[in-house]
Design a protein. Structure first.
Ligand code: M6R
Length: 600
């Protein structure tokens, strides 16, 4: 959940790192730090503290000349966010500095066995790694000492190490946590995420698990790197061209990434359609279609917002493709002894493609010998690489911690997939998706109406979303979004379940937002709304025009009912955004969260 970045090259390394940390900050923002080799003093210089990267950028002394540096932005796992626990960390004699993303599971055992004399400064597991390197280097080369350490540590890591004795070398290692290497004419950059490479690399390559990388300057002054596997054999990989440009990862004039990403959703729909349309017909890799057609049940595994997209996916697979499907929360999957069908296929849905809970499931499912498909927004991600097949969402980089456009993209892709699998096409998907994009534009253009509604009725202590069928899934997602960024306690309920307990929470003035997009549930959801109003609730209804009542607060254009979650979620995203704005919350970086959850 942390972000790491390292650089060796002709540029001023500290600038590459600070710019990289700004772009990686969405991965964790409890604290951050940088360490570089100062050419004049021939020593490491470190800045690190609790707080955001902009503090680091402001406090930084830009006079130093440096060409080698590492940096880190943290989401605390071991030890609270404070200055001492911030990375980089150092070996006891200050020879080595390290940044690390991941969790070392056996750090206590290692400390006891190898480092009983070491006085640790932080509460982190990371300090153990760097001290082991310093211990082993007494009898071997740095490369050997790092490799020996790697052979003993268990867990997940992407780490970067620098050594005062070799100020022109940058060492890296990876297992389970993401790490990319990028090269450009001015040097080598390593980072957790492609975004930190933008502007510094022309090409990049995801580094594989259980590998060790050395970057150095050769005798001709060129920056080169070598990657080795666990037993020290060289590994060669294929580079990919850097397609991402700085404009795509900026705010493009919006006040917040989240608002930008909400507003991008119509073009996300159009982009996905373009990617999957061939001669006006939706096309998916025939091997994937064959796999899904021949399975007897699809098991979707996902977390958070992606799990909500999975619930809609279940509806689409069962109603359009006629394939039975069930959805499991990834972190629960390991503990439910599921009675699997004879011929299942597993679909992993993940914006980042790095969620650790999902990765653990993927490993387990593959061990059981079942086929896997990942649906992700990040082509280079671990889940994309490790599944048998993957499908890309093409939503573009999503930077706000609260997922919006990736959710819409996931459902659009699941609709395309279900549609390609169906024998009898129930509607013209291309036409329907185009209509949804237009209907979304109307909501986005008129977002001031939602802002006013939020100011007047929603900024309260708690809030409820209620709906039935597909609308219930939107309620779950809407509630997650509102609580995640505004911290208003919000729950999404199946409208019919209210009277089985939850209605006890309804009191004077509590906002209850009903979602109504389907004809079949219109009357019953409205009856539930009347029940809560009779107990003092302040209702807001989001409905599609054809099932609307003139008193409904947010009426959306008519679209295909089966696809309604793609549209009905948009006003709820705006409700969350404006509520957080009114409450003065840090919308793009809500407290305690990080964009990719790379620890289980
Ligand atoms: O990258 P993933 O889609 O696997 O992430 C899963 C969840 O962590 C994510 O959807 C989370 O719930 C979002 N922050 C919600 O906005």
């Amino acid at each position: 959940m942390c972000g790491i970045v390292g650089y060796l090259g002709n540029n001023k390394a500290s600038e590459v790192i600070l710019s990289g940390l700004e772009k990686l900050e969405y991965r964790g923002y409890d604290s951050c730090g940088i360490c570089f080799f100062d050419v004049a003093q021939e020593a490491f210089v470190t800045y690190k503290d609790i707080g955001r990267v902009f503090h680091l950028v402001n406090d930084f002394n830009y006079q130093y000349e440096n060409h080698l540096a590492i940096g880190h932005t943290r989401w605390a796992t071991h030890g609270k966010p404070n200055q001492l626990n911030s990375h980089p960390h150092f070996s006891q004699n200050k020879r080595f500095a390290i940044v690390h993303n991941g969790v070392i599971e056996n750090y206590r055992e290692l400390t006891k066995k190898y480092l009983p004399e070491v006085h640790f400064i932080s509460e982190t597991d990371t300090e153990v790694i760097v001290n082991m390197i310093e211990l082993f280097v007494k009898d071997m080369t740095v490369e050997e000492a790092i490799r020996k350490t790697l052979s003993l540590i268990e867990g997940s890591y992407a780490l970067l190490v620098i050594d005062t004795h070799h100020p022109e070398c940058l060492y890296a290692a990876k297992n389970k946590s993401p790490l990319l290497i990028g090269t450009g004419k001015n040097g080598i950059t390593l980072a957790s995420d492609i975004m930190a490479l933008v502007g510094y690399a022309d090409q990049y390559m995801p580094i594989g698990d259980k590998t060790f990388t050395v970057c150095k300057k050769d005798d001709y002054g060129h920056y080169i790197f070598e990657i080795y596997d666990i037993i020290g054999l060289p590994i060669h990989g294929d580079f990919l061209r850097m397609d991402l440009i700085l404009d795509e990862i900026g705010k493009a004039g919006y006040s917040h990434y989240m608002l930008k990403e909400i507003c991008e959703q119509p073009s996300v729909i159009r982009n996905i359609m373009e990617k999957y349309l061939s001669y006006d017909k939706f096309t998916i890799n025939p091997e994937i279609l064959h796999l899904l057609k021949s399975c007897d049940r699809i098991y979707i595994l996902a977390a958070g917002t992606s799990m909500h997209a999975g619930l809609v996916g279940k509806y689409l697979f069962e109603n359009i493709a006629k394939i039975p499907c069930e959805v499991n929360i990834a972190s629960e999957f390991a503990y439910n002894s599921l009675l699997l069908t004879k011929n299942p296929v597993f679909i992993f849905i993940s914006q980042s493609g790095e969620t650790a809970d999902l990765r653990a499931c993927l490993v387990k499912v593959r061990e059981l010998g079942y086929k896997t498909l990942t649906i992700t927004n990040v082509l280079t991600s671990t889940l994309a690489r490790e599944a048998d097949y993957y499908l890309e969402i093409f939503a573009g980089p999503e930077i706000a911690v609260a997922s919006t456009k990736a959710y819409v993209g996931q459902i659009v892709l699941l609709a395309i997939l279900s549609y390609c699998l169906s024998e009898n096409k129930p509607f013209d998907l291309k036409l329907e998706l185009s209509k949804i994009a237009v209907a979304m534009e109307a909501i986005i253009e008129n977002r001031d109406v939602i802002h006013t509604l939020v100011k007047e009725r929603i900024v309260k202590r708690n809030c409820f979303y209620i709906g039935r069928g597909l609308d219930y899934y939107t309620c779950l997602e809407a509630a997650l979004k509102l609580k995640e960024i505004s911290y208003i306690q919000t729950e999404g309920f199946a409208a019919g379940e209210l009277k089985h307990g939850t209605i006890a929470l309804i009191e004077e003035g509590v906002p209850v937002i009903g979602i109504i997009s389907q004809h079949a549930i219109n009357n019953s959801t409205r009856a539930n709304i009347r029940e809560v109003m009779a107990r003092g609730a302040n209702k807001i209804i989001i409905s599609l025009n054809r099932v609307s009542d003139p008193s409904d607060e947010i009426i959306l254009m008519n679209i295909e009912e089966m696809l309604s979650p793609i549209l009905t979620v948009v006003p709820t995203q705006l409700i969350a955004f404006f509520a957080a704005l009114e409450l003065g919350k840090d919308i793009d970086k809500p407290r305690n969260l990080a964009k990719s959850v790379t620890v289980e």
